[in-house]
Design a protein around this ligand. Structure first.
Ligand code: ATP
Ligand code: CA
Ligand code: CA
Length: 432
């Protein structure tokens, strides 16, 4: 993983697009937030609003640096989703303000999507294909209902769906979602796991050149790794994954993966790569201070709250894990950083390993199910057909959604075990 990407400044090819994205988000989100909250209606899921921005401004939109068109989809649904995910409306706008430009990860996948981080690294903007955009709108209600019933979902948290178009340019669809990885901790290894082995190998030789690359299933298996969760955490994690995957199967989604970032507490932030390299660009100003925990605390009362929250988190962390339902009812709401009220993101933004006796382990996992907007369409069927001619079906990644999900759950649950359990299994194998 390229930790920070390149900063998007005025010389960057995507500067205008990125600037317009942020300007549009800022305008549309403030516009919706300014209204009195209300319950959702069916029409809210279909809603779309178009705005024209220009350098002079007009009665509807303020003046902008560039001329562009912006479309906002289902604003009320996303407002409610942001609230379910406990985002502070003002913080969201500050993070995405156009005064502070993003950093671009470029296009790490094969899909051609671009990824941008907000300046404080909390949010990711991902450009998506028109088909993915249409699909998200189609499943929005199912997703919304699922999230209401499962606030601890492992699925990507979607905060906004928008479209931007510059004159003579093409239409660019994008989503705003959670960055699974923390701003303040080094991630020592990243894996993108699907439960398939074909094409799921990152060349180990390449790791030297790019030590932060995202590794895949075969690299995971080769290293004999597990997600080291003791009984309580394993149960909560596997059950939530099963519920989330059941939704993806119902909606005929596939090709998603479990993204896992591992922070090794013993290594800590030794390299501190991000703090050294990340520069945040402020147009017309100097370099802003690098984002980090300090940036989250702007007022004395926030500082005080953050300190209390930290103490509370430390107390909670020293204790043995409690089941998810119980943990949720225990957390006083006003004290903490929003992430910590979600079971799988409660240990400093991640989910800490535990031993068999449920004492805390040495790693923090930052994980979630990503890339879940691929519908099992004709294209996938064609891929299935072609790959199926040469490979065993159980091994190819383009199998139908039902089996894709079953295989995914089987693989991930299979590698979810404590060090002690893994050693026991190894000993048993050797004995046989
Ligand atoms: P493809 O379809 O080829 O798999 P894609 O363009 O749809 O690629 P994703 O699979 O969504 O891209 O993500 C590519 C990479 O970007 C991931 O492996 C991960 O390193 C990073 N990434 C994606 N989503 C997140 C997220 N929510 N938090 C942190 N990193 C992410
Ligand atoms: Ca992917
Ligand atoms: Ca994809």
């Amino acid at each position: 993983r390229v930790v920070v990407g390149t900063k998007v400044d005025q010389n960057h090819v995507n500067w205008v697009t990125a600037y317009n994205m942020l300007t549009g988000i800022r305008f549309t989100v403030s516009r919706t937030n300014a209204k009195m909250d209300r319950d959702l209606t069916d029409a809210d899921f279909e809603a779309k609003h178009k705005f024209s921005f220009d350098i002079t401004g007009n009665e509807l939109t303020p003046s902008a640096k560039y001329d562009f068109k912006f479309k906002d989809y289902a604003p009320w649904v996303f407002r409610h989703l942001r609230s379910t995910f406990k985002l502070d409306p003002a913080d969201y706008l500050v993070s995405l303000t156009s005064k502070y430009i993003l950093s671009e990860l470029g296009s790490p996948g094969k899909s051609g999507s671009f990824f941008y981080f907000s300046r404080d690294y909390k949010y990711i903007i991902k450009t998506i294909h028109h088909a993915e955009h249409k699909f998200l709108r189609k499943i929005l209600k199912d997703y919304y209902n699922h999230v209401q019933e499962n606030p601890n979902t492992l699925l990507s948290q979607f905060y906004g769906l928008h479209r931007v178009k510059i004159p003579y340019g093409r239409k660019i669809h994008f989503v705003v979602m959670n960055n699974l990885f923390p701003p303040h901790r080094d991630i020592h290894r990243t894996f993108d796991l699907k439960g398939s082995t074909i094409g799921r190998d990152f060349k180990e030789e390449e790791l030297e050149k790019n030590p932060r690359a995202t590794l895949k299933d075969l690299n995971w298996l080769r290293r004999n790794l597990s997600l080291e969760f003791g009984p309580t955490k394993k149960k909560a994690f596997v059950e939530q994954m099963q519920k989330d995957v059941a939704l993806l199967q119902k909606l005929k989604i596939m090709d998603y993966s479990l993204l896992v970032g591992i922070h090794d507490l013993e290594r800590g932030n030794e390299e501190n790569l991000r703090d050294k390299t990340l520069q945040v660009f402020q147009p017309g100003g100097e370099e802003a201070e690098p984002p980090g925990p300090n940036m989250l605390m702007r007022t004395p009362s926030k500082l005080e709250n953050a300190r209390k929250a930290k103490e509370l988190r430390q107390k909670i962390r020293a204790q043995k894990p409690i089941p998810m339902e119980q943990a949720m009812s225990k957390m006083p709401d006003e004290l903490q950083d929003p992430k910590s009220s979600f079971y799988f993101y409660a240990d400093d933004g991640g989910f800490r390993a535990t031993h068999e006796d449920e004492t805390p382990g040495e790693e923090i996992y930052y994980l979630g199910i990503i890339d879940c907007l691929t519908h099992y369409s004709l294209i996938k069927r064609a891929e299935h057909f072609f790959k199926g001619m040469t490979n065993q079906e159980s091994q190819i990644s383009a199998i139908p959604p039902e089996r894709y999900g079953d295989r995914f759950v089987r693989f991930i649950s299979g590698v979810t075990k404590t060090k002690e359990a893994a050693e026991r299994e190894k000993a048993e194998e050797a004995a046989n």
